[in-house]
Design a binder for this molecule. Structure first.
Ligand code: ZN
Length: 143
């Protein structure tokens, strides 16, 4: 197994130039997650519009390239989606990272599908799901 497989082009691009990496001072919900085994931490900020769709989502944090790139990619994939749509996307994303994730239909994941290779490195799956767990927790706080 080549570690390079982990760092595909999309992941490298987002790790080098993270999108939506800033605080969102006025937001509907915020959640923090950390992954002590790797030293990653992520805070996810979410704004929902009156129609229940995500209008803006951002993150701050530090850690390995996988954790930061997955947060960056995730924030670009969920804008305009409703909470159930995002919850479904997160569920699919996590399924693709399971050991049998190769058989999961990754349609609709967009660039997040690039993270699928992480399934070969089980100890890094927590890095790849840190932001998605935080986003799910943030959405769960919304009444
Ligand atoms: Zn990590």
């Amino acid at each position: 197994m080549e570690l390079d497989e982990l760092y595909q082009e999309v992941i490298l691009d987002h790790a080098k130039r993270p999108r939506n990496r800033r605080e969102l001072p006025q937001c509907t919900a915020v959640a923090h997650g950390d992954n002590p085994s790797c030293g990653d931490e992520i805070t996810v900020f979410v704004n929902l519009g009156p129609d229940g769709r995500i209008t803006e989502t951002t993150f701050t944090g530090s850690g390995c390239a996988i954790s930061q790139a997955s947060a960056s990619i995730l924030t670009t994939q969920v804008i305009g989606k409703t909470r159930p749509e995002v919850e479904a996307l997160i569920k699919t994303y996590h399924a693709t990272l399971a050991t049998d994730g190769e058989s999961v239909d990754a349609d609709g994941l967009g660039n997040l599908a690039a993270m699928g290779g992480v399934r070969k490195f089980p100890q890094r799956v927590k890095c790849a799901t840190l932001a998605s767990h935080a986003l799910g927790n943030a959405l769960a706080q919304v009444p």
